[in-house]
Design a protein around this ligand. Structure first.
Ligand code: ZN
Length: 280
C-alpha cells in the first residue's frame, strides 16, 4: 500500500475566494496570493492518486489565522475523507493563538481527524514550546493523533511559505518535549536528522519522523537515501506536497537508491504504522 503522507486540500469556495482571504491572512497570502499556486480539491487529489498508483493520501490543511477559515477547511477535509475513507486520511488545522481553539480541535478529532497540520506557528503567532504548544501536544497525545510541522530551512533559497515553520532546533526541542506524540518534520525536517547521530538526541526523540514533501524542489536526488541512512528507515515518510508536486514523480525520486525493505517502509509502511496507527 502506497501512502502519500503530505498532500494539501482546500474547499472549492476557498479557492474561489483566495484574493479576499489573502487580503486578511498574511501567511496565506505569502503562498496562495499568486494564482499560479494551485489549490486542489478532493476530485483533483483522488484523480492524481489513481493516475499515479498511490492508494491513500494524508490530506493536510493550511494554518489559517482566522477561526472561520480553519473551520471551513476542516469541515471540507473531514467530509472528503468520510466520502473516500480508503483514499483520504484527514488532518485538521487549528490556531492555538485563538481563544477556544481546543473546541475546534476536539470537534475535528471526533469527526475523524488523525492529526493536526500542516502546523505553522510562526505564521499564526504562538510558541510551539510554550503553553499553547504544550496544550496542543497533550490534546494530540490523549487522542493518539500526530502533529505535522512545516519545517523551515535556516539556509538556502527563498520560496513562498519557507518561513513560519519550525527550525531544525525547534523541531527537535518540540519533539523531545512530548516524546509520546508522533511528530513529523515536513520537508526532511529542514535538516534536523543530522543531529540524530548524537545518541542523547536520538534517545530524546523516538517520536520524530520526517517526510519528503517537495524534496525535488529543495534537495539533490540522493537526499532521501541519506535521510534514511541518518534517521533510520522507520522514521521516513514519503510525501509529495500535492498539488505543488505530483505524487508519482516525487515517489519515484524518493525511492531511488533505497533497498526493498526501506522502500516499503518509506512508501507506506511507516505512515500506516506510525502516523495513522492503522488498524485496517
Ligand atoms: Zn510545508
Amino acid at each position: 500500500m502506497i501512502v502519500d503522507a503530505h498532500a494539501h486540500l482546500f474547499p472549492p469556495a476557498q479557492a474561489r475566494a483566495r484574493e479576499a482571504i489573502a487580503a486578511r491572512d498574511a501567511g496565506f497570502a505569502a503562498i496562495y496570493a499568486s494564482p499560479r499556486a494551485d489549490m486542489a480539491g478532493a476530485p483533483e487529489l483522488l484523480a492524481a492518486l489513481r493516475a499515479d498508483g498511490v492508494d491513500l493520501a494524508v490530506a493536510l490543511g493550511f494554518a489559517f489565522a482566522a477561526a472561520r477559515d480553519l473551520a471551513e477547511q476542516n469541515e471540507y477535509l473531514l467530509a472528503a475523507a468520510a466520502e473516500a475513507p480508503a483514499a483520504i486520511a484527514p488532518f485538521a488545522t487549528v490556531n492555538p493563538a485563538l481563544r477556544g481553539w481546543e473546541r475546534e480541535a476536539r470537534r475535528a478529532l471526533a469527526a475523524g481527524a488523525r492529526g493536526f497540520g500542516e502546523l505553522r506557528p510562526g505564521d499564526q503567532g504562538w510558541d510551539p514550546l510554550g503553553a499553547e504548544g504544550r496544550r496542543l501536544a497533550a490534546l494530540a497525545g490523549d487522542a493518539g493523533a500526530a502533529l505535522l510541522w512545516h519545517a523551515s530551512e535556516p539556509v538556502g533559497h527563498a520560496y513562498p511559505g519557507k518561513a513560519g515553520g519550525l527550525s531544525p532546533t525547534q523541531l527537535i526541542e518540540v519533539a523531545a518535549a512530548a516524546p509520546a506524540v508522533a511528530m513529523v518534520g515536513a520537508h526532511l525536517g529542514a535538516g534536523a536528522s543530522f543531529y540524530l547521530a548524537m545518541p542523547e538526541v536520538r534517545g530524546a526523540v523516538p517520536n520524530l519522523l520526517f517526510d519528503t514533501a517537495a524534496a525535488s524542489l529543495l534537495y539533490e536526488p540522493a537526499s532521501v537515501a541519506r535521510l534514511v541512512e541518518a534517521a533510520g528507515r522507520d522514521r521516513v515518510l514519503f510525501g509529495s506536497d500535492f498539488p505543488l508536486r505530483r505524487p508519482g514523480a516525487e515517489l519515484r525520486r524518493a525511492l531511488a537508491g533505497l533497498d526493498a525493505e526501506a522502500a516499503a517502509a518509506v512508501s507506506g509502511g511507516n505512515a500506516r504504522a506510525l502516523l495513522l496507527r492503522d488498524r485496517r
